[in-house]
Design a protein around this ligand. Structure first.
Ligand code: AMP
Ligand code: MG
Length: 492
């Protein structure tokens, strides 16, 4: 990346760009430039994402810092904000849209680069268009942590900060997350054009998504050969698989509005999310969610509800309601099958057996009754299976008799395995390091004092969460008492 003498108004990030979302036409977005963030600085960055994008080795130049915070245009791009609508907390919210995220463009490698917190857009609805450092660090670390766990997600190249004040409940400072994904299209994009009766745009959007991401839908003979029903089916199955991964990882999203549901089945829009500490199936991580609509154990059902909204939006293209319902039907079998498979992997089991679900359910009841720490239980069980003592697992349960009974059925189940699995296979399915709220909080408070080393340290752990990382055991321990007092709301 270099600035030539003639060109001091744009930065060349060293990327090639191609027409992407922009090719849909002006009904789908508004062109606009980010609002410059004054005196920016680097807060954190992911070399993994830099490589994924194909950035040069020395990409973190002063010009890149300016470009990723809106003070310099990125050569070859024409930024835009997209329009979408959605259901929020079960209620139709009408038009929303990228209120603070600005899409720079799509790279030749097919990755969209978006600046979240880059200033007001026509879709800001009274918001300031900014994101605070706190929530930007949470999104950056969480999306890289999900990737480290092998869970589909949008990713983040970097967080850039500024001392510019931003008012939330208190005065905070502004930041931008540079997000990267093959597409940021949401269910809400489809709902938007359906609600307005703009069926041509609806079809163009569906065709765009099918051509790029779901080409097999074109030749699908099921659903009377209707490619849009096939798309709904494919999105539904990807979403089912994603929910299974969330539930197995103990990940609570917190704001599963239809505008926060990715058409690619990616985890998207990290706000008040939480990785569970003690296992509480009804845990509500979003302080603003008074009814518990988005409680941990509601997520698979809410995802189905959201898919139903997508089905309604696609109905003008699918034609018959029955066909749309047929396309959704497999969610009911794919989710439980995927969930069981994920749990079997966590238990180090190979082939499926009829009683596996009962074994998993008995364990979940036991864990819930004792509010047993989710990551620590699994890791200790994995360590035991890899040759360690049983006592550290057993000590987690007040109900020792209940645990012993479960452990007996688990041992009997293991004995049925046709061939013994690698003793450490469970260590590769149960992370040692999890981005718990209190860990993120400590790194945030450090960063608010301009020390960004905590962010970098957490990132390194979360990018390789199954590894041992000698000397880092303190980051794999129980949460401190104050962790339960952290209140995370929608405010970000
Ligand atoms: P969320 O549920 O946080 O993903 O956001 C819901 C909607 O509010 C989206 O349209 C966002 O773009 C918009 N939004 C959230 N915060 C802001 C903000 N500070 N300024 C402008 N728009 C915002
Ligand atoms: Mg959102």
């Amino acid at each position: 990346m270099s600035l030539t003498a003639e060109d001091t108004t744009s930065a060349d990030l060293g990327l090639h760009w191609k027409p992407g979302f922009e090719s849909l036409g002006p009904a789908f977005f508004t062109h606009l430039n980010p609002t410059p963030l004054p005196a920016p600085y680097w807060v954190g960055h992911s070399e993994g994402v830099a490589q994924w994008l194909g950035l040069p080795a020395d990409w973190r130049t002063p010009e890149a810092l300016q470009a990723l915070t809106g003070s310099l245009a990125v050569a070859g791009t024409r930024p835009l904000a997209t329009v979408y609508s959605g259901h929020q907390f079960g209620v139709w919210a009408g038009q929303l849209g990228d209120g603070r995220a600005i899409l720079l463009g799509e790279t030749a490698g097919g990755l969209e680069v978006q600046l979240k917190g880059a200033g007001r857009t026509p879709y800001s609805r009274g918001g300031d268009g900014r994101a605070v450092l706190r929530s930007s660090i949470r999104e950056f670390l969480a999306s890289e942590a999900m990737h480290g766990l092998g869970i589909p997600t949008t990713r983040a190249l970097c967080v850039t900060g500024s001392d510019a004040p931003v008012r939330r409940e208190t005065l905070e400072t502004a930041a931008v997350v540079t997000r990267v994904a093959p597409s940021f299209i949401r269910f809400g994009h489809f709902e938007h054009f359906a609600a307005r009766g703009q069926h041509e745009e609806l079809r163009a959007l569906a065709d765009f998504v099918i051509d790029r991401f779901y080409p097999a839908c074109r030749g699908d003979a099921r659903f009377d050969g209707n490619a849009y029903a096939s798309l709904l089916n494919a999105v539904s199955e990807r979403t089912a698989a994603l929910m299974a991964q969330w539930q197995a990882a103990g990940f609570c999203h917190g704001v599963m509005n239809t505008d926060n549901m990715s058409i690619l089945g990616l985890t998207i829009d990290y706000g008040p999310f939480q990785f569970l500490d003690g296992f509480d199936p009804g845990h509500i991580c979003n302080h603003s969610d008074s009814s518990g609509r988005y409680a941990f154990n509601q997520q698979p059902n809410v995802a189905y509800w959201n898919l139903f909204c997508l089905a309604q939006a696609l109905l003008p293209l699918i034609g018959e309601e029955e066909r749309a319902m047929a396309a959704l039907a497999s969610y009911r079998t794919v989710f439980p099958a995927e969930f069981e498979a994920r749990m079997r992997a966590k238990l180090g089991l190979g082939e499926a057996r009829p009683d596996d679900l009962a074994l998993v359910e008995a364990l979940l009841r036991l864990l819930a009754a004792g509010r047993v720490d989710w990551p620590i239980f699994w890791r200790r069980l994995a360590e035991h299976r890899a040759g360690g003592e049983l006592a550290p697992v057993r000590d987690l349960f007040l109900d020792s008799a209940g645990f012993d009974a479960w452990m007996l059925s688990f041992s009997e189940r293991i004995a049925q395995e046709p061939r013994s699995l690698e003793p450490d296979s469970m260590l590769k399915a149960n992370p040692k390091f999890v981005l718990r709220n209190h860990l993120a909080q400590e790194a945030i408070e450090q960063a608010q004092r301009k020390d960004f080393s905590g962010v970098a340290r957490l990132l390194a752990l979360m990018q390789a969460p199954y590894d041992d990382h000698p000397g880092m055991d303190a980051m794999a321990g129980f949460p401190p008492d104050w962790a339960s007092t952290i209140e995370i709301s929608c405010s970000s």
